[in-house]
Design a protein around this ligand. Sequence first.
Ligand code: GLY
Ligand code: MN
Length: 461
Amino acid sequence: MFKSDVYNKRRETLHRKMKTGLGLFIGNSESPMNYPSNTYHFRQDSDFLYFFGIDLPGFTGLMDFDSGKDWLFGNDFDMDDIVWMGPQPLVKELALKCGITNSAPMANLEVMIKDALSKKRKIHFLPPYRGETKITLGSLLKENPCQMKTLASFDLIRDVVSMRSIKEKAEIDEIEKAVDIAYEMHTTAMKMCKPGVREQDIFGTIEGIALAKGGGTSFPVILSINGQTLHNHSHGNILQKGRMMVTDAGAETDRHYASDITRTTPVGGKFSGLQKDIYEIVLQANTEAIKATRPGVSNRNIHFSACKVIASGLKDLGLMTGDTSEAVTAGAHALFMPHGIGHMMGLDVHDMEALGENYIGYSEDVKRSDQFGHAFLRFALPYMPGHVFTIEPGCYFIPELINKWKDEGKFKEFINYGKIGKYMPIGGIRIEDNVLITEKGHKVLGKPIPKTVEEIERICT
Ligand code: GLY
Ligand code: MN
């Protein structure tokens, strides 16, 4: 965790913003895989980490916005726990590490919440995303656990989003460390990308790098020669010449800040003419989008510019026809790029998504589109200094979608269905970098990972 000052400062800011009521932050507990003591890898809740920093299961933080007091609740280990798990710090010692002097056993939390409920005090909490947390909240607040998401506090969501959206210097340093781990993961994947190699071998190797150098992966690794499936988590194929391998993988640092990088490598390390044609279009969309990111420019505009680069490149190759701007406005390009240009990153790889994507990336004035493709844009607002984003354009040949649109005659004024066939073996190409918005422009975070055709071919040889 960071020094206690970091958490004191964050909680002070939240106290100032919220002014009244109680803020209840339930940290994550252990989650069993197949029997109670055989648990999944523990991942702390990101909001709990942000305000309290304690990376252990079974703790709850409470902020009293009226009195300004903060509490940490948890149970000290007993001798049986110590026999199996070794000596553990006391709850009061952990509380001091995040600058809190008031600590107590869990049972005291129930008493305090009961007292607050009897006085009709407002108890703010963030939307829970785990069953265990819903049950704990329901039991503490005497509410139906299934309703806890809808009863979450909009005021608390708004203020937490405003804080976590702007990254502190120490957070940016962490994200850069996470990208540096991703450098090792991706360059290793590129070197292993040879005919006859199993996807699973590469997947396991790079997951091992994330574990060896940091806190593991920041999301389940996407690695496949079937890159047309955007989130392909199956790794059962054997690499074959003529295919391209999409690797979308990032790491968490020990403090749980994420990286999220995608590279696409031709199997065997040498691009064919057709592969290069599509790759260069996606690369241009990536580099031009990054170049244009600066405060005040909206992610929605960057998204549309990138879509236009893709559509215009595909028009040059004969895959699209007609006016490029009209095609993109109509949504025809989404046959080839059906997702958004990127998302915020931080303690979560899709930062704060658990709080509700529309609270992060949309506002009263900027509403989400329901057009296919555009609807998947996670963030549409203008950038501010301190934002950290992914820029991840792609171009995909999704047989099921292409066949459906072709059968329906959809956008036949913009799409040359007859020309698509020879590009199908490409599957998908995505190129993703992590970008900080600075006062005047932007900075691509971390050690540059091979990205041009020449750089990728060089590292593969
Ligand atoms: N890296 C996976 C995603 O952004 O959804
Ligand atoms: Mn991403």
